[in-house]
Design a protein around this ligand. Structure first.
Ligand SMILES: Cc1cc2nc3c(=O)[nH]c(=O)nc-3n(C[C@H](O)[C@H](O)[C@H](O)COP(=O)(O)O)c2cc1C
Length: 309
């Protein structure tokens, strides 16, 4: 096998059906003398291996290691189109809520490790999988991140409260600090006071663990990749019995102050796209709630329609 190629096809098993050739998104496979052969490097998406009726295709382990989970069983067979329970899936999606009240019970590390693996089942642009997962497995490590974020907002609030600075920046066409002041200054100041005086955690809501999802350089769609992995994790937490909450304030602070990620040991070339607070929920909901009604826009080949087709 050529070292640059991630796909190997066993010529003794290949029947030449060409399913892999026809479905390779990279056009990296051809039929030669009635057998499929890899002739170019590819995204290692694994379609060829997933399709092959005789199991003749291998994608190198570096690109395609089977997922195994320590804390739950999951059938290792492909589920055919239309054969999962859509009702249950949607119930899970609707039941996940942002949890802002946790017990002090720690989360088993095996659960956190499985959550990360579940995150990696998401699609990624050009299958780059250049996402990173930083696990803060206990309350103490969440507090380290929390303090870094709180310090960032403390400095930002001081800046926003500096006389004349906001109007001056606004005049120079930089309204961001003034906008922050009007929208967030007071609630942030109150949260910081509560953190300092009463130890109340308005940022992580007392979470006993967290996962920061980021990207390494070189991904074609780093933000999308990380957020798709994030949503998989959010849904899985609910199924595990865990509560979760995205913490956008932490993402903002980590983007603007590199020292916060550095203190956690996150390499400086990584960008953080989401931070998920996790814990065993101390709250139990009684019912589902709704969403704002949405009117989708229907566009047909002949123009906009204003009625459902
Ligand atoms: C990008 C993003 C950032 C968020 N940041 C925070 C946050 O910093 N703190 C928080 O308590 N909730 C945060 N949330 C949770 C939202 O408030 C929550 O998703 C929304 O109110 C809908 O409620 P639900 O998640 O229970 O369905 C964030 C959600 C998203 C999508």
């Amino acid at each position: 096998m050529h070292p640059d190629l991630s796909v190997h096809i066993d010529p003794d098993c290949c029947t030449g059906c060409a399913l892999c050739v026809a479905n390779c998104p990279s056009d990296a496979l051809v039929l030669q003398e009635g057998r499929a052969v890899a002739v170019a490097s590819c995204m290692a998406c694994g379609h060829c291996a997933a399709l092959c009726p005789t199991g003749a295709v291998t994608v190198t382990a570096a690109h395609n290691t089977p997922l195994t989970f320590a804390t739950f069983a999951s059938p290792a067979e492909w589920l055919p189109y239309g054969q999962s329970d859509l009702g249950s899936l949607v119930q899970l999606m609707r039941s996940r809520r942002s949890c802002r009240s946790y017990t002090e019970k720690p989360i088993d590390r095996a659960l956190l490790a499985d959550l990360v693996k579940i995150g990696t089942t998401a699609p990624s642009g050009t299958n780059s999988q250049r996402w990173t997962f930083t696990i803060l497995p206990d309350r103490a490590s969440v507090v380290v991140l929390g303090k870094g974020v709180a310090d960032f907002f403390r400095r930002l609030n001081r800046l926003a409260n500096t006389p004349l600075l906001r109007p001056l920046l606004r005049l120079c066409g930089k309204p961001a600090l003034d906008r922050y002041y009007r929208r967030h200054y007071r609630t942030t100041a109150k949260a910081l006071r509560e953190w300092d005086e009463a130890g109340r955690d308005r940022l992580f809501h007392g979470a006993t663990a967290a996962i920061c999802i980021g990207s390494r350089p070189g991904a074609s769609c780093p933000t999308e990749d990380a957020l798709l992995a994030t949503q998989n994790i959010l849904l899985a937490t609910h199924a595990m019995g865990l509560g979760s909450c995205l913490i956008g304030f932490a993402v903002e602070a980590m983007r603007r102050d590199a020292r916060i990620a550095a203190r956690l040991g996150i390499p400086k070339e990584e960008t953080i796209h989401s931070v998920i607070a996790l814990g065993w929920p101390a709250v139990r909901y009684q019912r589902l709630t709704g969403r704002q009604p949405i009117e989708p826009r229907w566009i047909t080949a002949v123009g906009k329609t204003d009625q459902m087709p």
